[in-house]
Ligand binder design. Structure first.
Ligand code: AQP
Length: 340
């Protein structure tokens, strides 16, 4: 299919657990919207997942489940390249070159490392620390110009831009790497935990009640939304006041993201009411929107052969582009290549 522009998009999701509505609204929904206009590479970033401990068997299954979720959400494998990161070795090779370009001071400023390593920083893997270099390689190995991500990845993308600029400057190859732009939906930006509006919704949160998984059945969705934290007051009439109630604001962001109704209209609709009607309407919207995805993921997971074929086809297509970039990079950097 011919695209209306020649720009390239790369993004990915870690197969580190069941995907949730934060991953969907922050990332996958945008992937679907962009696929007809850009040359799209959608990756399952399994090498990122192993920066923290994973069960090998579960990791393999989760990788297929992310592929199934992409397809069930509307990404067409004939139109976009779907593959897993570890199957294209140029990602790791370019990441090593970037390990030698990125400055320690840049990595020391990354807040996600601080959040994920927590108090036990000495015990975190070194992979977790240099994770942003691999992310830069994921993007730049395809010379991607646009990267749809959630707001939590904005800092890593800024680092990617710095790495691209430094590489181009250090090796005197202006414009070799493009300077990629983040695509972040400003209305959604970051979906927060259902239990604590100051924490982002995350796959690795120990509490199931903090998130709605894309595989949750209707009764689980209803139960989780019923238990979600709100506020002691009723719905305020102004959006600025709603924003001070983090958990209520979060429920409205989720509602708006799935219903396409603008948030200020929802505020008008529920003004002065307690939150039970909002919760029951939100549950209805979620059940209606998520049920078809959940059903399709479960169906696709019965056909591992089909999913493996999609990933192999994606790997071949991704390799064609990535291999050319890494060959050029080795040449630019001065690494000797033996001719066959
Ligand atoms: N809560 C969120 N709100 C909006 N966007 C989000 N994303 C993740 N959480 C939210 C976006 O989803 C994409 C894939 O994320 P990821 O799986 O690669 O890594 P993550 O950001 O670390 O996600 P999790 O769920 O928090 O995973 P764990 O717990 O394994 O670390 C990214 O574009 C991200 O911005």
């Amino acid at each position: 299919m011919s695209k209306i522009n020649n720009n390239t998009v790369l993004s990915g999701v870690q197969p580190s657990g069941d995907l949730h509505i934060g991953n969907y609204l922050g990332a996958i929904k945008n992937f679907v919207n962009m696929q007809n206009n850009y040359n799209c590479f959608f990756c399952i970033v399994d090498l990122h997942a192993i920066t923290v401990k994973q069960d090998p068997k579960i990791l393999k299954r989760n990788t297929l489940e992310v592929a199934a979720t992409y397809i069930a959400s509307g990404i067409d494998p004939k139109n976009s390249v779907i593959f897993n990161q570890s199957s294209v070795s140029a990602h790791s090779e370019l990441a090593w070159v970037f390990n030698c370009v990125t400055r320690m001071g840049w990595l020391n400023r990354m807040t996600q490392f601080k959040d994920k390593a927590g108090k036990d920083k000495e015990n975190a893997s070194s992979g977790l620390f240099i994770y942003p270099n691999l992310m830069a390689a994921d993007i730049l190995v395809y010379k991607a110009t646009h990267v749809p991500v959630g707001d939590d990845q904005k800092q890593h993308l800024e680092l990617t831009r710095d790495i691209a600029q430094k590489f181009n400057r250090d090796f005197n190859c202006e414009d070799f790497f493009p300077i990629p732009e983040p695509i972040i939906d400003k209305n959604i930006s970051r979906i927060m935990s259902l239990k604590d509006g100051s924490q982002k919704m995350s796959k690795s949160d120990l509490s199931e009640y903090s998130r709605i998984s894309l595989l949750d059945e209707s009764d689980e969705i209803i139960k989780k939304i019923k238990k979600a934290k709100t506020a002691d007051s009723v719905m305020p009439g102004k959006i600025e006041e709603v924003q001070k109630l983090a958990e209520v604001n979060n429920l409205l962001n989720i509602y708006s993201g799935f219903s396409e109704i603008e948030k200020y209209k929802l505020v008008e609709q529920y003004e002065g009411q307690n939150f039970s009607k909002l919760k029951s309407d939100l549950s209805d919207v979620l059940v209606e929107r998520l049920n078809p995805i959940t059903t399709e993921v479960k169906k696709l997971m019965q056909d591992i052969g089909y999913l493996s074929e999609i990933l192999l086809d994606g790997q071949n297509k991704a390799n064609q582009v990535a291999q050319k970039t890494i060959n050029d990079v080795y040449d630019i950097v001065g690494l000797h290549r033996n001719e066959a």
